[in-house]
Design a protein around this ligand. Structure first.
Ligand code: FES
Ligand code: FES
Length: 171
């Protein structure tokens, strides 16, 4: 067994790769990716907001693209690469988008922030230098109940100016 793998638990039947680590999971297709991340893998950085696909608090990356994990059946992501907010930094070095959110003070309570950051990473991966309009359109599915939208847009602008490309990949 590789050092990046966890043991297969009794009754499990498949593996899910999250933040570069393979996890043994049960393939009950009715469960959402959000449930597995939070309740089974203890990755609670991914937030449960509405549970209905409306707020974006639960967004993670699947093969580099932001998805709403509350609406994603676990069976759809087996064999693909999932990145949560816990897997974005490399060691102690924050991802440029994380750093830009700090630099722009782009959060208050922080509940929406993981989803906002992962949606931003996904945006910048496909469009490294988005206009204001493109940022606002891309972030339309992410709700901030604290109303920090101006600073969030500013953070994404800052990240887009980071040398090397802020959409760069986590594991
Ligand atoms: Fe998934 Fe709101 S919790 S979109
Ligand atoms: Fe509180 Fe966005 S910072 S919900």
């Amino acid at each position: 067994m590789s050092p990046t793998e966890t043991p297969v638990r009794p009754g499990t039947s498949s593996r899910l790769r999250v933040n570069g680590i393979d996890h043994a999971i049960s393939l009950d297709r009715d469960r959402s990716l959000l449930y597995v991340l939070r309740e089974e893998l203890d990755l609670t950085g991914t937030k449960y907001g509405c549970g209905e696909g409306e707020c974006g608090a639960c967004k993670v990356l699947v093969d580099g693209v932001a998805v709403r994990s509350c609406m994603t059946p676990i069976g759809e992501v087996v064999g693909r690469s999932v990145t949560t907010i816990e897997g974005l930094a490399i060691g102690t070095r924050l991802h440029p988008v994380q750093q830009a959110f700090i630099d722009a003070n782009a959060f208050q309570c922080g509940f929406c922030t993981p989803g906002m950051i992962l949606a931003s990473v996904s945006l910048l991966a496909r469009n490294p230098h988005p206009s204001d309009m493109e940022i606002r359109a891309a972030m339309d599915g992410n709700i901030c109940r604290c109303g920090g939208y101006l600073r969030i847009v500013e953070a994404i602008q800052k990240a887009s100016q980071t040398a090397g490309g802020a959409g760069g990949g986590p594991p």
